[in-house]
Design a protein around this ligand. Structure first.
Ligand code: PEP
Ligand code: MG
Length: 595
């Protein structure tokens, strides 16, 4: 019998409780898309591909076996692999799926191996339970040989499951289907890694930075993911399972209560209106954002349109997507951010170089300015789409005014091209920048004279100000949004914007945390943009305090010396009846409590 109730504490990445069977993704694991063969006659070709891959796998297993010590447990595992490879009925079952169901060979292998893994896991005998892992691993080897590649693509699971992995690239998280991925847990990562942000967008409970979780979980173990508190329980006992089912029900109840916020205005007690917008990664998220009460899109991370594909999207394809965003957001605005690739977000083509410090490297606007044709494709697409709604354009990762000028020069060329073609666009479209690098915040005055708006990207601003990698779970406790130096840069940026009569929003995760949200409103930001999932809570917090009080509190906070003092003070400013709803959501006090 497996050990019960193994508890692992990680970092809360996306709230909610998920309970299900684990699928362990090894770092190099391939995932498979379900698709039908286009032509019936392709089935025999697929069967040939299957046999070629089986022979290749047999040769690989034999080669490993030769070098393995017979007394070692690995030897038994390899024997089990051979047994499965030689099992005619198993191979026939895969062949039948290809011929009768017209499935691709890789999917047929994936389906059959997962089916048997489920049966083995259900047996009492630990020998069979061990075979569940073996057959999944072997299936992976065969699939890789069928496909001749190792790149992870998308998740398609036989039944709703919980993904356990060392790490997940944002492109992998983006391809998750919330219908089949109940939740996920990773060894690595932190609250503002893009995988965590994506999980919130998809409303998938997730825990990241759960160091070594992959060594404790076996395939098909039962797992509880408590994304609200950042806790993972492996093979829960009946009591613990009941406890979490109760917690799951009360979380859902809480969501229902918070849903009442949607129809209420985002106004403080003294009737001061606050603009609450949504951050989106995929256009299909807009409907959910509106459902949660968003008034527009404060940040569309367009780089996700460039991921999980071989070719870059064309101008026309981008135009269609941005047009859809403009139309669906009307009458509110949508801020389209030009691609922010690099850092922790990568694409297949052009391949980005491996760098020692990718977050300090060839990222975002630096990438776009060096690929003017690709950049112009995107700019023309946004310009054309601006004729269909209220679009604003935003450049990411600006660290020097020269970058703004260069980007604007390319934008001018793109505009002239669109004009020459006789296509419509909004000549008044506002152009702004992300303020997420300290140099830009410090010199915000200079930038404010040349752009139409600022959007403060606190996720990066914190990591660059404090020299704390935002995706490194080891130092996540140092990643402190309420550090006075961070707050002082934010205040400076807001001041510079308002002095120069431009508006300023915040689109980093700080906008979506009730505590920092009331502080930011008190500091007079004009818009808060966040993952839609956080809108109801933030609205509730805003509605429970007066603007006059927020102003006073913000002034006092800016005089304080430590993050701990600031957080305690802010928490004391929220009425008790509001905290009841807010504290059950994720990390009220951020992750820096350990300092
Ligand atoms: C930020 O840095 O705060 C931001 C919103 O951008 P991203 O998270 O995409 O880097
Ligand atoms: Mg950023």
């Amino acid at each position: 019998m497996p050990t019960k109730d193994i508890k692992i504490v990680g970092i809360s990445a996306s709230p909610g409780i998920a309970i299900g069977r684990a699928i362990l993704l090894r770092q190099e694991q391939v995932t498979v898309e379900r698709a039908q063969l286009a032509h019936e006659e392709d089935a025999e070709k697929e069967v040939l591909r299957l046999h070629k891959a089986l022979n290749q796998t047999r040769a690989q297993v034999e080669a490993i076996q030769k070098g393995a010590d017979k007394a070692n447990a690995v030897y038994d595992v390899l024997n089990a692999y051979m047994m499965f490879l030689d099992d005619e009925s198993l191979v026939t079952e895969v062949e039948n799926r290809i011929r009768e169901k017209k499935e691709y060979a890789d999917w047929a292998v994936f389906a059959v191996t997962n089916h048997y893994a489920g049966i083995f896991q259900g047996k009492e005998d630990s020998y069979f339970q061990g075979r569940a892992d073996d057959i999944i691993d072997l299936g992976q080897m065969v699939i890789k040989n069928i496909r001749g590649d190792t790149a992870p693509q998308s998740f398609c699971l036989l039944e709703p499951s919980i993904i356990i992995s060392k790490d997940l690239a944002p492109s992998q998280t983006a391809s998750m289907d919330p219908e089949t991925v109940l939740g996920f847990v990773t060894d690595m990562g932190s609250q503002t890694s893009h995988s965590a942000i994506m999980a919130q967008s998809l409303d998938i409970p997730a825990v990241v930075g759960a160091r070594n979780v992959t060594t404790f979980v076996r395939n098909l173990d039962q797992v509880i993911v408590d994304g609200t508190d950042g806790v993972v329980i492996i093979n829960p006992s009946d009591e613990v399972l009941d406890e979490y089912k109760k917690k799951q029900r009360s979380y859902r109840q809480l969501q229902k209560e918070l849903a009442k916020m949607v129809k209420l205005p985002a106004k403080t007690r003294d009737n001061y209106s606050v603009e609450l917008a949504a951050n989106i990664e995929l256009p299909r998220e807009i409907d959910r954002a509106v459902e949660k009460g968003a008034e527009g899109v404060g940040l569309y991370r367009t780089e996700f349109l460039f991921m999980n594909r071989e070719e870059l999207p064309t101008e026309e394809e981008q135009f269609q997507v941005y047009k859809q965003v403009a139309e669906r957001c009307a009458p509110y605005h949508a801020i389209i951010r030009t691609v922010d690739l690099g850092g922790d977000k990568f694409i297949t083509s052009p391949s980005l170089p491996e760098e020692m410090n990718p977050f300090l490297g060839w990222r975002a606007i630096r990438f776009s300015l060096e690929q003017p044709e690709t950049f112009k494709d995107q700019l023309r697409a946004v310009l054309r789409a601006s004729a269909y709604g209220k679009l604003k354009l935003m450049y990411p990762m600006i660290s020097d005014i020269k970058e703004v000028r260069k980007a604007n020069a390319i934008l001018k060329e793109a505009t002239e091209e669109v004009e020459r073609r006789g296509e419509e666009f909004d000549p008044e479209m506002e152009v702004g920048i992300m303020v997420e690098v300290p140099s830009t915040a410090i010199n915000a005055d200079v930038f404010a004279r040349e752009v139409d708006f600022f959007s403060i990207g606190t996720n990066d601003l914190i990591q660059y100000t404090l020299a704390v990698d935002r995706v490194n779970e080891r130092i996540a406790y140092l990643y402190e949004p309420f550090n006075p130096a961070v707050l002082s840069l934010i205040a400076r940026t807001i001041d510079a914007a308002h002095k120069n009569r431009i508006w300023v929003g915040v689109c980093g995760e700080m906008a979506g945390n009730p505590l920092s949200a009331i502080l930011l409103v008190g500091m007079c930001v004009d818009e808060l943009s966040m993952s839609p999932i956080n809108i109801p809570e933030v609205k509730l917090a805003i509605r429970s305090v007066s603007f006059a009080k927020m102003r006073r509190v913000a002034q006092e906070v800016l005089e304080m010396d430590t993050a701990g003092e600031i957080k305690r003070y802010l928490a004391s400013c929220l009425p008790r009846e509001s905290i009841k709803y807010l504290s059950s959501m994720r990390g009220m006090v951020g992750v820096g409590e350990k300092v």
